[in-house]
Design a protein around this ligand. Sequence first.
Ligand SMILES: [Fe+2]
Length: 245
Amino acid sequence: MLDLHCHLLPGLDDGATSMDTAVEMARVLVEVGVVSAAPSPHLGSGPGGDAGLPQAAATRELLRGRLQEEGIDLELLPNAEHHVCPLLFERIAKGAVVPLGGEGKWLLVELPWAPLANPEAVLFRLQTLGYRLLLAHPERYSYLEEATLERLVERGVRTQLELGSWIGVYGRRARARACRFGDRGMAHVVATDLHRPEEWLGKARQVFEKRYGATALKLGWSINPRRLIGQATPDEIPCFLEGGN
Ligand SMILES: [Fe+2]
């Protein structure tokens, strides 16, 4: 599996608080079958923090070295969780963003938690700048309507749902929305969004697999993430239920 959303890099945002915690989180990921991770420190003016890019790259190298020492086989790739805000457009103008895997035009983006008047307009603006968008956890934005998400998906936005949503980690509403988005073909990637060494990952994986099957799990947590890193077009990123049961 390739986990495209996790907060593994210590001391940069609201994720891992120390290198030891990061190592523990890496162990938890490996235990549930993750072989590659693209740690996604928060970037921008959101509540999760604003990681500096040089610090993020340096911390990723430090963690890579530590994982080697510990004998933990987890590949680490460049990434960031870009908070959609005016600052993001300034960062884009300066080239200070981190595409998925460090190359290409796919950005992992997070909408604000407070209601945004017109999420479609702001995401469309990012697309007109040439970016392809992987939208983090659409099931968790209380104001994002299903019809809006449908239009976004039609326009090439791809979605990343939280593995934990299927066991209610983010509440009953997020769980119901994740199920509905999955059933309606509006879910493309699953990721952990891990902030600490959580114990629920194994159970969440089981529940997901029971609902959608092993093929869907592989498409959402391995094949589609690899395609995104490999610069696939939106048309090449199907809902994870395609080919599933
Ligand atoms: Fe996140």
